[in-house]
Design a binder for this molecule. Structure first.
Ligand code: SAM
Length: 489
């Protein structure tokens, strides 16, 4: 596994440039944006190309780059349903809401409990396209191939039934750790994290019902959020990105079942990375386009690829309250064999499951050996998946980490405290905002004595982590790397 390619245009950037003034010279096809620190120019060539897109409005597009981006979050369907009541909804995504201004998310314990995910609104259209294309089928095997930091994966995880399995993959190691954290926070046992190059998935022939490729791209759709990206943009880089996108798609294609669905997305405005990739797919493989039928008043621009007439959806910041985005879905018609599970002896860790006790409320479970003496819990019906996947890819996180035995005690893992499957009878106590932040800083929470044993610390009813009452003191089991470092005063 070796990837040195960059992830340009792919991050959920938190910093926003403050546009202090704008001079637009539409005549010369340039736009000067004077940001707080630098002067930026929207390249003339991209404006020229966009003119060919049905519904593109150059003046409005340029003007929209003088407006601050909308702030949006997506609520967790279980943990966050009572939050943000009365806020404007993102119309194409259940649980998507716009916030009137950007709070300091780090200082909101609800954010740390996984009650919501900060996500750009246009990209939440995946909800609409996924639910329409799969018609909410059950027992799916889904791959999110380019998944960090986890926006699309947490969205899909919320939509799947317990018999479905989501593999959330990220090839760049540092980004995979962030992905793993976000998946842990979201709390579903049937989201597993892998860290592989797309070509490794080629070995899993016909295994997936749905593959999502939210491809690394030139990132022009995020210029409003990331002022620096505009300086790094070039036509040459667009070409490199398009070649890389083709390579990624070709590598992963064998892993999609016949009749399976590929969802392709970018945050680039460049047709080379959007409609032309659809045409390349149509010329290279046997595919049928899957229309998404967005409501007219959503102002999403429907496009089709020039040669194969495959449908795609474009988001322009002057038309939607969101950033630049492109998404399309196609069905695979190529015949593909489906990989079979190897013969295996089912795990029987009865002693371990007895010692761990009823950590979670869920059906038939299997305890698998995990990292550093830990055990992982998966749904028993997914043991065959574990064997298929382990032969082909590196699984960073399989199911929920359950913890490990320590003499007669069981040290529960952080995963369990944040999981939607946490056993409702687990001892727990509610803290206020200040105490929650102190817990998250691994500081003294200043709470009265606690009964001996393990307790989940909860904020607004949702788990933040474990503490152990020792009689005269309380030990904080928040993993060190989860600690918030910001001042809370
Ligand atoms: N889907 C993510 C989300 O919604 O949070 C955003 C993904 S971002 C657009 C693209 C991802 O592709 C990045 O995390 C990047 O590290 C990864 N990537 C970069 N080069 C890659 C490659 N050659 N193959 C696969 N993924 C790659």
């Amino acid at each position: 596994m070796s990837v040195k390619e960059s992830s340009k245009g792919c991050t959920e950037k938190q910093s926003e440039p403050i546009i202090t003034s704008v001079a637009s010279d539409v005549q010369s096809k340039c736009l000067l944006l004077i940001f707080s620190t630098c002067i930026l120019i929207v390249p003339a060539s991209i404006l020229q190309q966009l003119k060919a897109i049905n519904g593109f409005d150059e003046a409005a597009f340029l003007a929209a780059h003088n407006v601050k981006p909308a702030i949006s979050v997506r609520k967790h369907p279980v943990k966050g349903h009572d939050l943000f009541a009365g806020y404007n909804s993102v119309p194409w995504c259940m649980g998507g809401v716009y916030l009137p201004e950007r709070p300091v998310f780090t200082l909101d314990p609800a954010f740390h409990s996984g009650a919501y995910y900060v996500q750009e609104a246009s990209s939440m259209f995946l909800h609409h396209i996924f639910t329409q294309a799969t018609a909410s089928r059950k027992g799916l095997r889904v791959l999110d191939l380019c998944a960090a930091p986890g926006g699309k994966s947490t969205l899909i995880a919320s939509e799947l039934d317990a018999d479905s399995l989501l593999i959330s993959n990220e090839v760049i190691r540092t980004r995979a750790s962030i992905l793993e954290e976000n998946i842990t926070r979201w709390g579903y046992m049937n989201t597993w994290v892998t860290g592989n190059d797309p070509r490794d998935f080629g070995k899993l022939e016909g295994y997936f019902d749905v593959i999502i490729v939210d491809a690394p791209c030139s990132g022009s759709g995020l210029w409003r959020k990331d002022a620096k990206a505009i300086n790094e943009w070039s036509e040459g880089n667009v070409q490199l990105c398009a070649a890389r996108q083709q390579r990624i798609l070709a590598d992963v294609w064998p892993a999609l079942k016949t009749d399976g669905i590929l969802i392709y997305a970018t945050c680039s405005f460049s047709p080379q990375e959007d409609e032309e990739i659809l045409d390349w797919l149509g010329e290279t493989f046997a595919v049928t386009g899957i229309p998404a039928t967005p409501a007219k008043d959503w102002q999403i621009v429907e496009t089709t690829s020039e040669n194969n007439k495959l449908p795609g959806y474009r988001f322009f910041p002057d038309k939607v309250a969101g950033e630049g985005f492109f998404i399309a879905a196609v069905r695979k018609n190529d015949p593909t064999e489906t990989i079979k599970a190897p013969r295996f002896k089912p795990e029987q860790n009865r002693k371990i499951s007895d010692q761990a006790g009823d950590l979670i409320d869920s059906g038939d479970l299997t305890y698998m050996n995990g990292k550093d003496g830990n055990y992982n819990i998966i749904s028993a019906g997914m043991e065959a998946d574990a064997h298929i996947l382990q032969k082909a890819v590196y699984i960073r996180k399989m199911g929920l980490e359950a913890g490990m035995p320590a003499g007669k005690d069981w040290i529960p893992a952080h995963d369990i405290a944040l999981s939607v499957h946490l056993n409702k009878n687990t001892p727990s106590f509610e803290v206020n905002k200040e105490q929650a932040l102190r817990f998250l800083k691994r500081e003294d929470m200043a709470i009265p004595a606690l009964e001996k044993g393990w307790h989940v610390v909860k904020y607004n009813g949702q788990g933040l982590g474990w503490v152990k009452g020792l009689g005269n003191r309380i030990n904080n089991y928040l993993p060190k790397h989860w600690r918030i470092r910001m001042d809370i005063e």
